[in-house]
Design a protein around this ligand. Sequence first.
Ligand code: SAM
Length: 207
Amino acid sequence: MGQAEIERWEQRYQTSTYVFGKEPNAFLRRAASCLPAASRVLAVADGEGRNGVWLAAQGHQVCAVEASLAAQDKARRLAAEQGVELQLITADLFTWEWPRAAFDAVAAIFIQFATPPQRAYLFAAMKEALRPGGYLLLQGYGLAQLQHRTGGPSQPEQLYTVELLRDAFADFELIELREYEAEIEEGPGHAGKSALIDVVARRPLSR
Ligand SMILES: C[S@@+](CC[C@H](N)C(=O)[O-])C[C@H]1O[C@@H](n2cnc3c(N)ncnc32)[C@H](O)[C@@H]1O
């Protein structure tokens, strides 16, 4: 299913429109204020670059990894438009050799292409990619999103619950875990009333 899912995204990005817009995700914009200056940030499945480019514009050293070539072409153009530099890696996150203890932060915004076993793999890799004391910034859709149909997968098992995320990050310091509804306008891909869950978690200094 991994390759078919990547191909689906490749097709979806074959448009000059930025499917998720050019502005950063609102949660990320707020949550990134906890990051020290010039943090090394891994932007996971960064798509067309709205989040990685914004983080780079804040002075962070960003590595954006994403499977779709079409999306990364757009990310490259967005970075050039805004006069910022970031490292763009085209890779399948399920075969990529994840760096370990290498980043001050990992940003994972709407990475719900993952089935439950794939999600467990990604979460473990994201945790290991952080240095001790590093921050995980994650936003995704909650189960209630199935009623809204304003973005995200239609498979309930790919959506988040507070319990699932509390469990997944039980070995981290949970700074924020918040479920709420909000109107979002993130290009044509995410538009309208949405059920969201935010996580800010910190890798313990002792690990
Ligand atoms: C909902 S989009 C979110 C993009 C970006 N994080 C944002 O918020 O604008 C999900 C992204 O996951 C990417 N993706 C799906 N499967 C992937 C995989 N196996 N490895 C890397 N990226 C993948 C897709 O290409 C797509 O860009």
